[in-house]
Design a protein. Structure first.
Length: 172
């Protein structure tokens, strides 16, 4: 194939992608609508160790604009560990840790629920003879799952912010 044929193919491909309807989620950068909305979200306290890890993961992912929050996110977590594999001596050889979050994005001014959704993930854990190693693996799985679920929540709020016109700012 000649260089001109490759160039023509690339040009044709780029023009077809321009009309596909894909738009950047974070257009406008830190001054865009999505970043502005994400920077105005307050995280309410969440119970337990898994709640602390989830709140920390969300704070790491949400920008802070320093102003008064316009939205809050209420989260209820369900954290389960289920035994899967069984050895000949009836001890568990494999576990599955499941973290599910039911969350609501609420407008603080009037209490309107803007978004009501769930997010979740799971991880497999090998149960070894050392109880310390098993507990460490369970904790590591919870940390990873908190990050994964926080990513899902932030992505869903960002999609909501992109598809919804920005809230009017009150006049001074």
């Amino acid at each position: 194939m000649t260089r001109y044929a490759l160039l023509a193919g690339a040009l044709l491909l780029s023009t077809s992608l321009a009309g596909c309807g894909l738009h950047p989620l974070y257009s406008g950068g830190s001054s865009g609508a999505v970043a502005g909305t994400l920077g105005q979200v307050e995280i309410t306290p969440i119970e337990g160790k898994s709640g602390w890890l989830m709140a920390t993961a969300l704070r790491d992912r949400l920008p802070s604009n320093g102003g008064a929050p316009l939205y809050r996110i209420d989260i209820r977590l369900e954290d389960q560990i289920n035994g899967l594999g069984v050895r000949r001596d009836d001890s568990v050889s494999r576990e599955r840790r499941i973290l599910r979050a039911r969350y609501q994005l609420v407008r603080i001014g009037d209490g309107t629920v803007l978004l009501d959704a769930t997010a979740g993930s799971d991880a497999g854990i090998d149960v070894v003879r050392s109880e310390y190693a098993t507990i460490a693996a369970e904790n590591t799985a919870l940390e990873r799952l908190s990050g994964i679920v926080a990513d899902q929540i932030v992505a869903r709020i960002a999609l909501y912010a992109q598809r919804t016109p920005p809230a009017p700012t009150p006049a001074p």
